[in-house]
Design a protein around this ligand. Structure first.
Ligand code: CA
Length: 221
């Protein structure tokens, strides 16, 4: 689980980073709207925590920018602005949740988990990409209409790759999504799953590019 935190106050930001990482959530910090947009262009996140008062503009501009390329990623606005019109503007602007400072880290973490669970529920009904059909919940898969047997981890791997909708996942990001931050797993385990998925579905199912990482080789339909 990986979160992009957009917050210009260094003290608040370091508190959130430390607090969420202690709860097993990896956090990347951006201190301005520009830094946020470029971090988002380079990486895939499971959720965003977004301050509204940023040095280079309003967080709502960042939200519009990110929503334009990624309509699905959960966004939680975390701001000192508590007026009802700000809340409404934030939610109308595409935020999924709104919290007002001062806040409790445990509540922030609980809300983030809830948002990500909901997003996963939305995303993971059926994945159809090229000749592949995959139902992550049941683990059933078909290639060109023929059933294929996949392990739980192989299904997870394909679901994580599909969830980025064509964007690349670095080996570290993919590893973190598969195993979390706390679980120490030999990085070779991931390679074994990738190898096995390719053996079962064909090499082209997972694309690899140096410096970019991995992505699903077939376009989602
Ligand atoms: Ca601020």
């Amino acid at each position: 689980m990986r979160v992009l935190l957009v917050e210009d106050d260094a003290l608040i930001a370091s508190g959130i980073v430390a607090g969420l990482e202690a709860l097993g959530i990896a956090v990347e910090h951006a201190a301005s709207g520009l830094a946020a947009v470029s971090a988002h262009a380079e990486n895939t996140f499971d959720a965003l925590v977004l301050d509204l008062g940023l040095p280079d503009g309003d967080g709502l501009g960042v939200l519009a920018n990110i929503r334009a390329v990624e309509p699905e990623v959960p966004v939680l606005i975390l701001t000192a602005r508590d007026a009802i019109e700000h809340r409404i503007a934030g939610l109308n602007g595409g935020a999924d949740d709104y919290m007002v400072k001062p806040f409790d880290l445990r509540e922030l973490s609980a809300r983030l988990h809830a948002l990500m669970r909901r997003a996963q529920g939305r995303a993971a009904q059926v994945i159809e990409a090229g000749p592949l059909r995959l139902e992550p919940a049941s683990g059933l898969a078909w290639l060109d209409g023929e059933p294929v047997e996949l392990s739980r981890k192989e299904v997870d791997l394909l679901a994580h790759l599909a969830s980025t909708r064509g964007r690349w996942l670095t080996p570290d990001m993919l590893h973190e999504r598969m195993y979390g931050l706390s679980e120490r797993v030999n990085s070779n385990a991931l390679n074994v799953h990738i190898h096995n998925v390719r053996r079962k579905l064909g090499c082209e199912v997972i694309q690899t590019a140096r410096g970019l990482g991995y992505r699903l080789g077939w376009k989602l339909s």
